[in-house]
Design a protein around this ligand. Structure first.
Ligand SMILES: *Cc1c(COP(=O)(O)O)cnc(C)c1O
Length: 393
């Protein structure tokens, strides 16, 4: 299909809520994608964090093809072989104690589940979240999300949410009390500007939750599955979340989410939550294959190695436009002194797709299978755009 037709049909019939780039991506392989005109790109959007295994990974293609021919639909009123295998594999791979999971279809849904389970389990209604935190767009998850631009059109949202400054232990100390159902945070704030959490802050959150009868919800929707150099980012610091929403990369790019559940969460009564597509065998097959590939190819180790190299490579770029380069593993942000959108457009013209994280942070979320020479290509493109020191000509 001709690119102009694709773009004009989408523009006529899509909801309008997405600011779309005028390019039609039609094929992917590994860390590269191609547009409808045949132009090749190094993909540092990576499905916004869904494509950690890269595009068209043969293990995912095989698992999905096989399962599609066997059984796609099987709601959780029944048991299912693929789902059983996935739940066992998840329990095995997860941080200590997270032995149960509620399966769903997206990150926001996984966060919704965590909020409902925290309410049910504690009988409390207050949630302490963080400034610059991002947890999704449904009304509960949006109530936990900080960005005023996303929230304001929908206020008043769900009552009981408040936001403390990220990495501020004193503020957290004051906010968590005997009405707090849960503290909800990210280990590295992704959407909020690629801001790594201070280990002292993360551990203080865990301690305060334990002391004051609240649950710790660690949102690993973006950091999950190898992105930061460990399978889960909380494993860097020995955090033991009580509830852990995951999604983006858990099923090799297929839509899937899960809320992992630890031992401090009480029994969840029948019919207090549910999802028609949750735990469907097709997504379970993809998710199971994803866990196998993560381990077999040691993708967390690869993210740690390549991420450390990339941070150093980017920090060596001399540019008056760069304020800071930061990240963990292959979750990398470059904070600029200028708006990021024109830079993203110019990188795209150089064959590099990247993301923003707020108005002035350039975010790189490459598939973890990316080759170092592709990352070098990305670094060179960024150097060419930012290194010369002029902004918008
Ligand atoms: C993307 C994201 C979500 C929302 O996931 P969706 O699948 O888009 O609903 C929630 N939390 C974090 C940390 C995310 O990065």
């Amino acid at each position: 299909m001709d690119p102009t037709a694709i773009i004009s049909i989408e523009s006529a019939h899509t909801s309008g809520v997405y600011p779309k780039r005028p390019v039609a991506i039609v094929r992917g392989q590994g860390a590269r994608v191609w547009d409808a005109e045949g132009n090749e790109y190094v993909d540092c959007v990576g499905g916004q964090g869904a494509a950690n295994l890269g595009h068209a990974h043969p293990a995912i293609v095989a698992a999905v093809t096989q399962q599609a021919a066997q059984l796609i639909s099987c709601p959780e009123i029944f048991h299912n072989d693929r789902r059983a295998e996935l739940l066992a594999a998840l329990a095995q791979a997860a941080p200590a104690g997270l032995q149960r999971a509620f399966l769903c279809n997206s990150g926001a849904e996984a966060v919704e589940a965590a909020i409902k389970f925290a309410w049910l389990s504690t009988g409390r209604r207050q949630i302490v979240a963080c400034q610059r935190g991002f947890h999704g767009r449904t009304l509960g998850a949006l109530s936990a999300t900080w960005e005023p631009k996303y929230r304001e059109p929908f206020e008043p949202l769900v009552p009981g949410f408040r936001h403390v400054p990220y990495n501020d232990v004193d503020a957290l100390e004051q906010a968590v009390d005997d009405q707090t159902a849960a503290v909800l945070l990210e280990v590295v704030q992704g959407e909020g500007g690629v801001r790594p959490g201070d280990p002292a802050f993360l551990l203080a959150a865990q301690r305060l939750c334990r002391e004051r009868g609240a649950l710790l919800i660690v949102d690993e929707v973006q950091t999950g599955y190898g992105r930061t150099g460990r399978l889960f980012a909380c494993q860097h610091y020995g955090l033991e979340p009580d509830l852990m929403p995951i999604a983006k990369s858990m099923a090799g790019g297929l839509p899937m989410g899960a809320c992992l559940i630890g031992p401090r969460v009480g029994e969840l009564a029948k019919l207090t939550h549910g999802s028609t597509f949750g735990g469907n065998p097709l997504a379970c097959a993809a998710a199971l294959a994803t866990l196998h590939v993560m381990a077999a190819e040691d993708l967390p180790g690869r993210a740690a190695r390549l991420g450390a190299w990339l941070l150093e490579r980017l920090r060596a770029i001399r540019s008056p436009l760069i304020r800071e380069v930061r990240g963990l593993g292959l979750l990398v942000g470059i904070e600029l002194k200028v708006k990021v959108t024109p830079i993203l457009q110019r990188l795209q013209a150089r064959g590099v797709l990247a993301l923003p994280a707020g108005a002035a942070v350039l975010r790189l979320l490459p598939p973890l299978v990316i080759e170092q020479e592709d990352l070098e290509r990305v670094a060179q493109a960024i150097e060419a755009e930012l290194g010369r020191g002029t902004s918008n000509e």
